[in-house]
Design a protein around this ligand. Structure first.
Ligand SMILES: Cc1cc2nc3c(=O)[nH]c(=O)nc-3n(C[C@H](O)[C@H](O)[C@H](O)COP(=O)(O)O)c2cc1C
Length: 255
């Protein structure tokens, strides 16, 4: 029998160890995948509820999400669409597919390159009456694309809340988008003025003496570029290439 110090045995042990470790790691990745997908979906639901100011901590997100109606909107017409199944709908996949999106070219205010033709929106209803609508938004800040939700009241201009669930901005600077104190500045602000997108972020403190204060929110301090990115992405998504047509249809009862 070969000695334990032989090259053959050393290699055998090393190779066996590698194979066992690889099997454990890949097995864990495969086994944990469904849990990861489920957690991601749950996190998304929590963020949708949080944007609308409806998330109750400590209570089941799934049962709270039962109050939400999910619909798909055709952004070209601003009307609800049944062309795409809600089950398995992935907006970013739709955005990347040239058959289901448009290249933005010079109109790329949010710096997202392509705009999907279909967007998933979330409705909070009381019976048949729409109370709030939650819209997915995204756009480039300084270092990263920020992904979030904007919730509007039933007048389709007053902000119910804003939150970003994914970004790579610097903690303490652009990362202050996650600060509850900054997020609390948003509810009550108004997106549109005379049919045009008027919401903007401005340096300094917005107070009652600020002209057009209802359309203005404090920029993040020390993070002018992230703030500009947020203003740009809101102006894009609330504008003609975003949800404006859809919101006008809702307002006139045509969606
Ligand atoms: C390491 C580092 C990280 C930064 N991160 C951000 C950021 O996430 N968002 C941002 O707008 N500016 C960030 N900045 C600052 C910008 O470079 C720029 O100075 C700033 O946006 C100007 O904002 P101010 O006019 O409010 O000072 C960072 C700067 C450094 C050195």
């Amino acid at each position: 029998m070969a000695s334990n110090d032989s090259i053959k045995k050393t290699l055998l042990v090393a190779v066996t160890l590698c194979i066992v470790c690889a099997l454990v790691v890949s097995g864990a990745a495969v086994l944990l995948k469904p849990a990861q997908v489920a957690n991601k979906a749950l996190d998304r639901k929590a963020n949708i509820l949080a944007a609308a100011g409806l998330l109750v901590p400590g209570e089941s997100v799934e049962s709270q999400f039962e109050q939400v109606t999910t619909r798909i909107v055709d952004l070209r017409t601003g009307e609800y669409s049944d062309e795409m199944p809600i089950e398995g709908f992935e907006q970013m996949r739709v955005a990347k597919n040239p058959a289901t999106s448009i290249a933005l070219g010079e109109d790329d205010q949010a710096k997202i390159k392509r705009r999907e033709n279909f967007a998933m929106v979330y409705l909070i209803k009381d019976g048949d009456e729409l109370q709030k609508i939650i819209l997915p938004i995204r756009g480039y800040g300084l270092w990263s694309t920020l992904y979030g939700f904007l919730a509007l009241e039933s007048d389709f201009t007053t902000v119910a809340g804003l939150g970003f669930y994914e970004h790579g901005e610097t903690p303490g600077l652009g990362g202050e988008v996650d600060n509850p104190r900054w997020k609390a500045l948003w509810p009550g602000k108004e997106i549109y003025q005379d049919g045009n997108v008027a919401i903007d972020l401005v340096k300094g403190n917005v107070d009652e003496s600020t002209p057009n204060a209802s359309h203005k929110v404090d920029a993040l301090s020390g993070a002018t570029l992230t703030s500009r990115g947020i203003a740009n992405l809101l102006q894009f998504w609330m504008g003609e290439l975003g949800y404006q047509k859809f919101l006008e249809n809702l307002r006139s009862g045509e969606a």
